[in-house]
Write a protein that binds this ligand. Structure first.
Ligand code: CP
Ligand code: NVA
Length: 304
């Protein structure tokens, strides 16, 4: 899929055709890998990964993805770089652009990614910031396509914190025409600008009632109540028990509803073990699909 953007920081850089095209490419790459392996379309290309925050899936799926496409990934925690000793983001971006073909960064402040994008001449991918997690949503919509075979007419219920993953999921819903109902406690709603932009493209509902959100929902989604950047233990009181996805809440959705979670999960906080380990849960496919969607994205962003 040819995409126009140099970087992927939020998902708003993509139009609907590009978003859906990347998902179709990901499904093809998954089949190709399982048949005879992927073609080395990124031979001799390198990806530099910078992590300010911990990661299991993002780290391993990007590194494996580069390897499977014939390229190589270099992993740096931000403490390993001169950023930790005060070298500017601008100088770091310019330097890395002379060695590597793409930069993926997991950061606290989203503005750091915007700076990297401004000063690097190679593509920059957001591997999660406090505000967005676009790579997760590519994988989530690939998983929805695999399980439901379509996007038209579907409804997502987001339950819990209106966080970085939720913001990106709203963009994903807008790009695919899926409707979304978001149940959060007051004060934990998703980003206002994301909502405002996306409302023009799809039906979005905000509620404080998880039972309103899950009514007629085809997909029920939760995420941790305490994101890496937001670990105040007092937050729990706002979410529990009302915003826990349990069997009763799943039974309020459609009969064939699927349960999604980006992981890592805190069992028996945002989701009960019986739901995440139950037969409606697709969380392991979702995790696997990070690999396939990121390969499609890398192949689209890194030009020969
Ligand atoms: N879902 C996700 O991004 O997982 P990691 O934090 O393990 O990378
Ligand atoms: N919302 C979570 C997602 C982790 C993949 C966080 O930011 O910690």
């Amino acid at each position: 899929m040819k995409i126009k953007t140099k970087d992927l920081l939020t998902l708003a850089e993509l139009n609907s055709k590009e978003f859906l095209g990347l998902i179709d490419d990901s499904i093809k790459l998954k089949k190709e890998l399982k048949n005879k392996g992927n073609k080395p379309v990124l031979k001799n290309k390198t990806l530099t990964m910078i992590f300010q925050k911990p990661s299991t899936r993002t780290r391993v799926s990007f590194e494996t993805g580069m390897f499977q496409l014939g390229g190589h990934a270099i992993n740096l925690s931000s403490d390993d770089t001169q950023l930790s000793r005060g070298e500017s983001v601008e100088d770091t971006a310019k330097t890395l652009s002379r060695y590597t073909d793409c930069i993926m960064a997991r950061v606290y402040e989203h503005e750091l990614l915007e700076k990297l994008s401004k000063y690097s001449t190679v593509p920059v991918i957001n591997g999660l910031s406090d505000t967005f997690h676009p790579c997760q949503i590519l994988a989530d919509f690939m998983t929805i396509k695999e399980k439901k075979k379509k996007f038209k007419g579907l409804k997502i219920a987001w339950i819990g914190d209106g966080n970085n993953v939720c913001n990106s999921m709203i963009y994903g819903a807008a790009l695919s025409g899926v409707s979304m109902s978001i149940a959060t406690p007051k004060g934990f709603e998703p980003d206002k600008n994301v909502l405002k932009e996306s409302k023009k493209l799809t039906d979005l509902e905000l509620t404080t009632d998880p039972f309103v959100a899950t009514k007629n929902a085809d997909i029920v989604v939760s995420d941790t109540f305490s994101s890496i950047h937001n670990r105040d233990p007092k937050r729990m009181k706002k979410f529990l028990p009302k915003y826990q996805v349990n069997s009763k809440l799943m039974n309020n959705a459609t009969k064939n509803a699927i349960f999604m979670h980006c992981l890592p999960a805190k069992r028996n906080q945002e989701v009960t073990s019986s739901v995440i380990d139950g037969n409606q849960s697709v969380v392991w496919d979702e995790a696997e699909n990070r690999l396939h969607t990121q390969k499609a994205l890398l192949a689209a962003l890194i030009h020969a």
